[in-house]
Design a binder for this molecule. Sequence first.
Ligand SMILES: Nc1ncnc2c1ncn2[C@@H]1O[C@H](COP(=O)(O)OP(=O)(O)OP(=O)(O)O)[C@@H](O)[C@H]1O
Ligand SMILES: [Mg+2]
Length: 257
Amino acid sequence: MKPILHAKNISKTYGKKGTAAYTAVRDLSFSMNEGEFIGIMGPSGSGKTTLLNMVATLDPVTEGDITIDGVSVSAMTEDQLSDFRAERLGFIFQDFNLLESMTVFENIALPLSLRNAEVEEIQDRVLQVSGIIGIGELLENYPAELSGGQKQRAAIARALIHEPALLLADEPTGALDSRNAETLLDTLAELNAVRNVSILMVTHDPRSASYCSRVLFIKDGKLDRELVPSGTREAFHQEILTVLGDLDRRSGAGGRA
Ligand SMILES: Nc1ncnc2c1ncn2[C@@H]1O[C@H](COP(=O)(O)OP(=O)(O)OP(=O)(O)O)[C@@H](O)[C@H]1O
Ligand SMILES: [Mg+2]
């Protein structure tokens, strides 16, 4: 199996050392192989978004090192990071982040347009990816004419157009009703299973997490434990609920050191 991501003893401290410094992620390590679909869960404020933003190279680590697709990103300059993100990473967000003044086609094409790809290549790739994601009929529409579920599909197509090594998602179903959320998760799970897309997804939602091949639980900025499914999706859902309940109870009793 090919390793796609390795976070080694990473920490993130906000604020100046000493005065009101706050460590949101603390000495955390984990690895991810190509083709995994990993969920990150944990109580509010436990450091999930901080962790994802460090992996996304949007926020530098305070300590430790992150390697993505064989490249150590911790020592890169801003320019190198911006190229790296554009080439190797795909992003989907809770609020879709589509550009309203562009058609769906233009939105999906954006990562390729920005790197001045040939018009023909762009055309081919947009048709191919939008077909896979099931929004081929909507390419001439504007985002305002789409449902939430359709918008998020367009966002996934845009995130995958350049065949990134890693797809990063922060609460991708957060703005969707349960039916659209389920359709979206089916799509992510299929992209993962059939096309081997590696996905790292932060979610509050135990049902969303039950689609993952592994779930990491973060508590107080540290990796608390991980779960892998052993039976049905529903059984995994129940196990996730149990772990979350346990984390909540311990938060109530202890709190942050
Ligand atoms: N830029 C920042 N400056 C200072 N503190 C921050 C900053 N960003 C996050 N924090 C703090 O770090 C901790 C972790 O925040 P983070 O956003 O990673 O949590 P989260 O697990 O994503 O929470 P949620 O589930 O509510 O989205 C929180 O206590 C937060 O207040
Ligand atoms: Mg968050």
